[in-house]
Ligand binder design. Structure first.
Ligand SMILES: CC(=O)SCCNC(=O)CCNC(=O)[C@H](O)C(C)(C)COP(=O)(O)OP(=O)(O)OC[C@H]1O[C@@H](n2cnc3c(N)ncnc32)[C@H](O)[C@@H]1OP(=O)(O)O
Ligand SMILES: CC(C)C(=O)C(=O)O
Length: 569
């Protein structure tokens, strides 16, 4: 027998080289404030779409980004495409840019593209011009075929053009940004050197810092490695106070948000990303995720993320991409528990959670209300669910408060019902299962009763008993210290059956004159435990009917009920 040759060969890949960083500080730091945020939805997000956004779609997304509270928004690569150019013109000519918002535009280190970029920006009041070139070993050797000095010359030339063209518009509040593209695959000392060469051209000051944007253009290593790169960069760079260090992570390994968090702990000031993480390949860093990560740690994200459904609606309309139902923080299913023990814990914690204390609910890292989600969706019932979930839904949606023993008995019936439909059961369906299972007025039904109160109570009841399709009326009477015990006494006398109450519970459903009573009873009938329930406008009637429900259920299970002759009315 020969084994097949696999193409899956890990020896093809190399691990990232560790960063020599003595006494690294980032692991001991905590994020205590929001970073400066920059949205790149309209540029990096857009360039990753099968169908790039139309100008109208860009307008809709722009409006959302402004509403969410971004103060820096990369609006496109205007020298590269007409829709991007037109969109920038629309923003400027239609005066769409709020006073506190900087638009940002991307361009390569090529003069004709830089010239066109400034043409697109004609009339702008403030803007960030973002220039980049690739610095990684692979790009240097295989794409540009240049050494470090050659790559540095491209950056310096680009920075020079950016400054020269800006100088033609002294009335504009310009800010400059440089990205050593593919930073994570570049030797970190070279990244520092090339950024310093660009700063030499721009001469930033602490009052007018430039932005050095360090991209994980491709996420090639573990997130701690990225944090080491950032801390190393910040510790070794010159003129730290003249630059804002910005992060731009991608999600190739699924770590974009974590890498950005660790990068902030390593000292970065600013983060670029997109709403819901659209972007090249596996996407850009998702700002909703990072913002909510901060929020859930008690840090104000300084973005309004409280209406995720609006964000999702605009996002899907503009990108034509779906949002996974389990997307961090905002997916449709992320505050829903199907499994029994989770439901049980959630409903117990929600009952105990006070409005003025820190959030402490098992399985819910934040209060879904904060995102405009309600508890309707928190607990849903399917075949994986337990008693806690269905009891929660019955109480929340129908006001039915099941006693624990009843909950235990109902659970298998609900599970069976959900297996039958192979899916979720609504709370209406759960109520139907409850009533179908425990309300049983056949073959014996209560047609009337009278209670005479003296020292004890005497109860006389009329029952309708159906046998072989024929209904006959039966009268019974008995004494007790309450209506229920008198009824059971009557029952024993007229049938000879030993029936005892093991548990009983009853409460009102609804309020005022419309209220009805719901009664649950567990009986011991000839040594066997059986439960029943009933609903009625009158409390005593509900409890007597609940007893009959239990008896009828027992008779369906083979317990014989025989009335003595004289009992027939
Ligand atoms: C990681 C990122 O997301 S970076 C942003 C990437 N986004 C985009 O590229 C989207 C928009 N880009 C485009 O539409 C096009 O690239 C354009 C219109 C800007 C330019 O198109 P073209 O002139 O046809 O050139 P193309 O993009 O193929 O670039 C190749 C040339 O530019 C050079 N180049 C690429 N990037 C840069 C840069 N940042 N700075 C200077 N030169 C660069 C390449 O070395 C190559 O040079 P060569 O022709 O001498 O070999
Ligand atoms: C232009 C740069 C910042 C970029 O988009 C990337 O490296 O991913």
């Amino acid at each position: 027998m020969t084994s097949s040759v696999s193409s899956f060969d890990h020896r093809k890949y190399r691990p990232v080289a560790p960063i020599e960083l003595a006494n690294r500080q980032w692991p001991d730091r905590q994020i205590t404030k929001a970073p400066l945020w920059a949205s790149v939805d309209l540029r990096d997000g857009n360039q990753a779409l099968l169908e790039p956004m139309s100008v109208d779609q860009k307008k809709a997304l722009w409006a959302l980004l402004v509403k969410v509270g971004f103060k820096e928004i990369e609006v496109g690569f205007p020298a590269a495409s007409q829709p991007d150019y037109d969109f920038v013109r629309w923003l400027i000519e239609e005066d769409q840019i709020p006073e506190d918002v900087y638009i940002q535009v991307l361009v390569q280190c090529r003069e004709h593209l830089i010239e066109k970029t400034y043409q697109a920006l004609e009339g702008v009041k403030r803007a960030i011009v973002h220039v980049y070139n690739s610095t990684s070993v692979a790009q240097r050797e295989r794409v540009f075929e240049k050494d470090q000095a050659g790559i540095t010359a491209i950056a310096v030339q680009g920075a020079t053009w950016v400054k020269q063209y800006a100088d033609r518009y002294p009335e504009v509040d310009w800010r400059f940004q440089y990205s050593p593209e593919s930073f994570t695959s570049t030797e970190v000392d070279f990244s520092i050197a090339i950024c310093e060469a660009v700063m030499d051209v721009w001469q930033p000051t602490p009052e007018r810092p430039c932005i050095l944007n360090l991209p994980a253009t491709v996420e090639i290593g573990p997130v701690n490695h990225f944090a080491d790169q950032i801390e190393y960069f910040i510790r070794h760079m010159k003129w730290r106070d003249c630059a804002l260090v910005s992060l731009h992570t991608h999600n190739d390994r699924g770590g974009a948000a974590a890498a950005a968090e660790l990068g902030l702990m390593a000292g970065a000031d600013r983060v670029e990303g997109t709403l819901l993480g659209n972007g090249e390949r596996t996407g850009n860093m998702d700002i909703v995720t990072l913002g909510m990560n901060l929020y859930s740690q008690g840090v104000d994200p300084e973005l309004d993320l409280s209406r995720p459904d609006e964000i999702i609606q605009v996002y899907t309309q503009c990108t034509q991409l779906p949002v996974h139902p389990r997307h961090p923080w905002v997916g449709e299913l992320v505050y829903t528990a199907f499994s029994g023990s989770h439901q049980d814990a959630i409903s117990k914690c929600l009952k105990k959670q006070q409005a003025d204390e820190p959030w402490q609910v098992a399985y819910l890292p934040i209060d879904p209300h904060d995102l405009g989600r309600d508890y309707q969706a928190v607990i849903r019932v399917n075949s994986q669910s337990g008693k806690g979930g269905m009891a929660f839904l019955l109480e929340r949606d129908h006001g039915i408060s099941l006693p624990r023993w009843m909950t235990l008995e109902l659970a298998p019936a609900v599970q069976q019902a959900s297996e039958k439909v192979s899916g979720e059961l609504s709370s209406d369906s759960i109520r139907e299962v409850l009533e179908r299972t425990f309300i049983c007025q056949d073959p014996i039904a209560l047609t009337g009763y009278r209670v005479d109160r003296e020292d004890a109570q005497t109860l006389s009841a009329r029952l309708s008993v159906t046998e072989a399709g024929e209904a006959r009326s039966v009268a019974i009477s008995g004494d007790g210290n309450g209506a229920m015990s008198a009824f059971l006494n009557a029952w024993q006398q007229h049938t000879g059956m030993s029936v005892n109450i093991v548990d009983y519970s009853e409460h009102a459903l609804g309020e005022g004159s419309d209220a009805i009573a719901v009664a649950f009873v567990q009986l011991n009938i000839n040594g066997q435990r059986v439960s029943g329930m009933a609903e009625d406008g009158d409390t005593v009637t509900a409890s007597l009917k609940a007893v009959l429900s239990a008896i009828n259920r027992a008779s369906a299970n083979g317990v014989k009920v025989r009335f003595e002759e004289q009992a027939t009315a």
